[in-house]
Design a protein around this ligand. Structure first.
Ligand SMILES: Nc1nc(=O)c2c([nH]1)NC[C@@H]1CN(c3ccc(C(=O)N[C@@H](CCC(=O)O)C(=O)O)cc3)C=[N+]21
Length: 296
């Protein structure tokens, strides 16, 4: 069987185009421009790349982008003061504090200080609770992007067996909630699950978010299954730096029905969903109808 490659790059471009059109309409009809603030503490090179990409895409869809780069030794009090000022800034509808933060900063405290209505990452405890109880919330960008690709590929997800490998607060747990919301039968597995391969082989939908390069091989997948690879691992192979997922693409692709590549799968969708969430936050803040097809 030849697997269908789910092209996240192409899909993300269509999401960004929808966001761009909606942003233009907000401006024309209401004179409103959505604003996204990104806060980066420290000099982590990978984080700097993401922040630069986010800035460029934000401008491209016509939103205002506010970048705050703070030194590694920024105090918790100073960071909290910045978050509070962004909370109170009417031009800022959406706030993202890049993670991980330097170890001397309490990430939970900082995330929970963001106004939940502006929390485009959906990491605030209020948004986590709202999602868990099926209420309107801000939904974490990576799981939202995965859900969009799955809905596009399958139409309805009702009744399908979904296995999420990974139990993080930013991907595994919210992904499971979203799949449950779409009426999948959901299993959350992880590195300590007994006979992980057998559990994974029961999946019609397999979401790999364990953070272990190429761990999910062809032996872990059911023929015809849909595989979403959330992993982004930088490894060295044959003296070269390479980006690989949590799925061993070559062996899995021989078995499954559809699969997302790395790069060019979930990553671009994460950024597109960040923009979608910023737009949603802006519409809600102004009591306007939300964009269709861009929310959970
Ligand atoms: N508060 C917060 N929210 C985040 O959403 C967040 C974060 N912190 N910290 C870091 C991670 C990482 N992340 C990525 C987004 C896009 C790509 C992406 O577009 N990747 C490209 C490849 C890029 C490359 O070549 O390096 C791809 O997969 O095709 C990757 C990683 C968001 N994160």
């Amino acid at each position: 069987m030849t697997a269908k490659v789910i092209d996240g790059k192409v899909f993300a471009a269509t999401v960004r185009a929808q966001v761009q059109a909606h942003v233009a309409k907000l401006k024309a009809d209401h004179g409103i421009q959505p604003g996204l603030a990104v806060v980066l503490v420290g000099e982590d090179p990978a984080s700097q790349v993401y922040v630069r990409n986010k800035h460029a895409s934000t401008i491209e869809v016509g939103m205002a982008s506010f970048e705050h780069r703070l030194p590694e030794d920024t105090s918790e009090a100073d960071l909290l003061a910045l978050v509070n000022s962004l909370n109170g800034d009417p031009k800022v509808h959406a706030i993202l504090v890049q993670l991980p933060l330097p170890a001397h900063l309490n990430s939970e405290l900082i995330i929970n200080t963001i106004d939940p209505a502006k929390d485009v990452d959906g990491f605030h405890i209020s948004n986590v609770g709202l999602l868990g109880t099926g209420q309107k919330s801000m939904v974490p960008c990576t799981p939202l992007g995965c859900l969009m690709m799955l809905r596009d590929h399958h139409g309805s997800l009702a009744g399908l067996n979904a296995v999420v490998v990974g139990r993080s607060n930013i991907v595994g747990k919210p992904m499971a909630q979203l799949l449950l919301g779409d009426s999948c039968t959901v299993t959350i597995a992880h590195s300590r699950t007994k006979d992980l391969a057998a559990v994974c082989r029961g999946a019609d939908i397999l979401v790999a978010a364990v953070g272990r390069p190429e761990m999910i091989t062809g032996d872990y997948v059911k023929p015809g299954a849909t595989v979403i690879d959330v992993g982004i691992n930088r490894i060295e192979r044959d003296g070269k730096n390479k980006l690989v997922g949590d799925v061993h693409y070559e062996s899995a692709a021989k078995v499954v029905g559809a699969i997302t590549p790395v790069p060019g799968g979930v990553g671009p969708m994460t950024i597109a969903c960040l923009l979608a969430n910023a737009l949603t936050a802006c519409c809600r803040a102004n009591g306007l109808p939300e964009p269709k097809g861009l929310t959970a």
